[in-house]
Design a protein around this ligand. Structure first.
Ligand SMILES: [Zn+2]
Ligand SMILES: [Zn+2]
Length: 260
C-alpha cells in the first residue's frame, strides 16, 4: 500500500510544503483537499476518486476548486466528496458561491453523518472500510480510520490487512473509546503543528504539539507515526530516537511516498 504526501503544511504553503493533501492511489482515496491537491493528476490509478474531508477550514478544502484542472489532465468516471453534512453545506454555500468560484465541480457530495449516527457502521469506500470520530478543533473536525482487508482492493496484491488513521486539526484524542478505535493502525498520520513550548498556542488554536502526539501514539499503540500539518513558518523538529516514541516516527515531506 502506498501513501503519497501531496501537501504536508498547515495553514498556508511555503517554498517546500503545500497544505494538507494525501493520496492512496490503489484505492483512489484522497485525504483532505489542500493546495497539494494540484499534484494529483499524474498519480491517479483508478477510474474514481473519493475525497475525505477532515473539516472545512480553507487549508483543507481549497484544492477542491482544482478538480476542474485535475480531471482535464486525467479524466475519471466518478468523484465523491465525503465530510460532515454541515461542513459540506458550508463548502457549497461559501467557497462555491457565485462570487468566489462560479463553476460547478464534477463531484457528488456525501455526508458521513447523514444517518445521525456516530459512525458505528463503517462506510464501504473503494474496497475499504472507512470510519470516523469527532475531534476537538474550532468548528469541529473528524479523524478517519481506513481498514483494508487482506488481499482485496481494486489493484489487489497479496498482503495482510492494513489500517491507516488520519488525525489532523485536533488537540489530540483523550477519550478512551477513540484511542481504542485508533488501536494498532499500521500508520498513524497525525498533525503536529506546534513545538512543545507552544502548547498554549496549540490548545488555543485546536492543534497538537509533539508531547501530545507522543501520548496519543502510545495510547493508540500505533505501529508507525507520521507527523504532518507542519507549520510553514516555524516547523517542528524531531530528535532522532526521541524516547517518547516507542515506534518509528518521522516528519513527512511533500512528495514523499510511504509504503506500508
Ligand atoms: Zn489545518
Ligand atoms: Zn483547521
Amino acid at each position: 500500500m502506498q501513501l503519497h504526501c501531496l501537501g504536508t503544511a498547515g495553514y498556508h504553503p511555503n517554498e517546500s510544503r503545500h497544505t494538507s493533501c494525501y493520496f492512496l492511489p490503489e484505492s483512489g482515496i484522497v485525504l483532505d483537499a489542500g493546495t497539494g491537491m494540484f499534484r494529483l493528476p499524474g498519480l491517479i490509478q483508478t477510474d474514481h476518486l473519493d475525497v475525505l474531508l477532515s473539516h472545512a477550514h480553507l487549508d483543507h478544502i481549497v484544492g477542491l476548486t482544482f478538480l476542474l484542472g485535475i480531471v482535464f489532465q486525467h479524466p475519471v468516471e466518478r468523484i465523491r466528496v465525503w465530510g460532515e453534512a454541515e461542513k459540506i453545506a458550508a463548502v457549497q454555500k461559501l467557497m462555491l458561491s457565485e462570487t468566489i468560484f462560479p463553476a460547478a465541480l464534477p463531484v457528488s457530495w456525501h455526508a458521513i453523518d447523514r444517518s445521525g449516527s456516530d459512525a458505528e457502521t463503517p462506510l464501504e469506500i473503494a474496497g475499504a472500510q472507512v470510519s470516523w470520530r469527532h475531534q476537538e478543533h474550532p468548528g469541529g473536525s473528524v479523524a478517519y480510520r481506513i481498514d483494508w482487508p487482506a488481499n482485496r482492493g481494486p489493484l489487489a496484491t497479496d498482503g495482510p490487512a492494513r489500517a491507516l488513521v488520519y488525525a489532523t486539526d485536533t488537540t489530540g484524542a483523550t477519550d478512551p473509546s477513540v484511542l481504542q478505535w485508533m488501536q494498532g493502525a499500521n500508520v498513524l498520520l497525525h498533525e503536529c503543528n506546534f513545538h512543545d513550548h507552544q502548547r498554549e498556542w496549540a490548545r488555543k488554536t485546536g492543534h497538537c504539539y509533539l508531547e501530545r502526539v507522543a501520548e496519543v501514539s502510545a495510547a493508540a499503540a500505533a505501529q508507525r507515526v507520521l507527523l504532518t500539518h507542519i507549520s510553514p513558518i516555524d516547523p517542528i523538529s524531531l530528535q532522532p530516537n526521541d524516547s517518547r516514541f516507542a515506534m518509528p516516527c518521522e516528519i513527512v515531506d511533500d512528495q514523499q511516498v510511504i509504503e506500508f
